[in-house]
Design a protein around this ligand. Structure first.
Ligand SMILES: Cc1cc2nc3c(=O)[nH]c(=O)nc-3n(C[C@H](O)[C@H](O)[C@H](O)COP(=O)(O)O)c2cc1C
Length: 182
């Protein structure tokens, strides 16, 4: 059976460069691996009362079920104020609870960060690594993927420059090797 990869984009913006990069990456997975983008913008803000006297919203229950059907996660993210976006943090939080029932547990992950400037999402990339460590998600160490000046690397149809695609292929290849180990 094919391995299923959830691709999570850390931006809701219509013209998001993160999303464009993520779309380019869908085709880089080999036979036997199916990658698809999983949406996170519909999720309400996490409320711990869902674990007590408030009913869990249906979007949250559906998201947990959906994530549970994937074998691994690829995060393609922007940097917001030197960290990850709020919408991504919320998605990580909602599927991490109830305590002891985190849907993320044990799923291998890879991170690609990008920015319009030269910092290339380094801060966001490493803040996400900290969270994934606690969520017990074995995360690809090398190659690290920091994409700087994204708009310069995408054409008007959203296709990535050949050199960047080649580099991201090495990231996907290493990620596939990591997934095989779990
Ligand atoms: C609220 C906000 C904070 C940002 N903070 C950073 C930052 O800390 N570092 C950085 O390199 N770019 C920062 N940017 C610029 C983003 O890298 C740029 O907007 C990027 O295109 C966002 O990703 P997207 O195209 O996927 O929406 C910030 C943008 C926004 C909207």
């Amino acid at each position: 059976m094919s391995k299923k990869i959830a691709v999570i984009v850390g931006s809701l913006r219509k013209g998001s460069y993160s999303r464009q990069i993520a779309k380019n990456m869908l085709g880089l997975f080999p036979k036997g691996y199916e990658a698809e983008i999983v949406e996170i913008g519909q999720l309400p803000f996490f409320n711990q009362d869902w674990e007590a006297d408030l009913e869990t919203p249906k979007e949250v229950a559906e998201f947990r079920k959906q994530i549970g059907g994937f074998d691994a996660m690829l995060f393609v993210i922007p940097e917001y104020n030197r960290s990850i976006s709020g919408v991504l943090k919320n998605a990580l939080d909602v599927a991490s609870r109830p305590y002891g029932q985190s849907i993320w547990n044990g799923k291998p992950a890879a991170i690609v960060s990008q920015s319009t400037g030269v910092i290339s999402g380094f801060g966001a990339n490493h803040h996400l690594r900290q969270i994934l460590t606690f969520l017990n998600m074995p995360t690809l160490q090398q190659p690290e993927a920091y994409i700087a000046k994204s708009p310069d690397l995408l054409d008007d149809k959203g296709k990535l420059a050949e050199g960047t695609l080649k580099f991201l292929q090495t990231v996907v290849d290493a990620f596939v090797e990591l997934i095989k180990r779990y």
